[in-house]
Design a protein around this ligand. Structure first.
Ligand code: ADP
Ligand code: MG
Length: 254
């Protein structure tokens, strides 16, 4: 690592990953990941398909168990043997996927209200009010009563973002959230994410939108074969890649 990485390193880690190893059967997918992410930091993970990006995000929100290493979120260690701790963790970590996964039989507003109503047991009026505000924040203030099949893909993904925010997560994980969208709908979703970054949301995202990554990220992590191969500020990674693997990956995108 070079000096620029040290400058970008956060002094307080919201997410702290040490020596993380994850296998599926004989296939070791994460081969010792060390990564700290600071409060309000925006980190983008890039790398070839199969390099372990999604698995890493899924470990961070407790969807995947891992074999070795440690993972802490907000100073709470991730413990798969402790269901109560895992429930608390999930409340602190929001995740949005490529597929929007909205409940089709619920309106946009009801989708956003559901988890806070159930988990935080918010009174209906309070949850309702918050859902309205959150839909406004993603530019869908007039869609509270619309069902998902009445919304475009870009609008559905923005509802999914509002739904994740409804739990007040300390960190939001975004896994290729624009990959399933028609090109003309990508921008509206990226603008919402950019707004969250500007508001100081801690974000860890996987994206193929390199111009966007360059613009909003504090740090970029290049994963290769289950390891962090290169890491640093976007200008360094995109402008001055150090390794042949990163150079090759970047040129494969054009
Ligand atoms: P990326 O998101 O970078 O494309 P993934 O994390 O999805 O990579 O996958 C990394 C590797 O882990 C791949 O070889 C993939 O086949 C394997 N893998 C991912 N999920 C599973 C699973 N549930 N069971 C078995 N292998 C998996
Ligand atoms: Mg993936």
């Amino acid at each position: 690592m070079h000096a620029a990485d040290e400058r970008a390193a956060p002094d307080y880690a919201l997410v702290s990953i040490e020596g993380l190893r994850k296998r599926f059967g004989d296939n070791e997918v994460l081969k010792g990941i060390d990564l700290s992410i600071g409060r309000r930091e925006v980190v983008t993970i890039i790398g070839k398909s199969g390099s372990g990006k999604s698995t890493l995000l899924r470990c961070i929100n407790g969807l995947e168990a891992f074999q070795e290493g440690s993972l802490r979120v907000d100073d709470q260690p991730l413990r798969h043997d402790d269901p109560r701790a895992m429930r608390q963790l999930r409340q602190h970590v929001g995740m949005i996927f490529q597929s929007f996964n909205l409940f089709p039989h619920l309106t946009a507003g009801q989708n956003v209200m559901l988890a806070p109503s159930l988990v935080k047991r918010l009174p209906k009026e309070v949850a309702h009010d918050r859902a309205r505000k959150l839909l406004g924040r993603v530019g869908l203030g007039d869609k509270f009563d619309s069902y998902p099949d009445r919304l475009s893909g870009g609008q559905q993904q923005r509802v999914a973002i509002a739904r994740a925010l409804a739990m007040d997560p300390a960190v939001l994980l975004c896994d290729e959230i624009t990959s399933a969208l028609d090109p003309e709908l990508v921008g509206e979703v990226l603008r919402v994410v950019e707004g969250l970054a500007e508001d100081g949301m801690t974000l860890i995202m996987v994206t193929h939108e390199m111009n966007f990554a360059r613009k909003v990220s504090d740090r970029v992590v290049f994963m290769h074969q289950g390891k962090v191969h290169e890491m640093g500020p976007p200008e360094a990674l995109f402008g001055d890649p150090r390794t042949a693997e990163l150079r090759q990956f970047l040129s494969s995108l054009h």
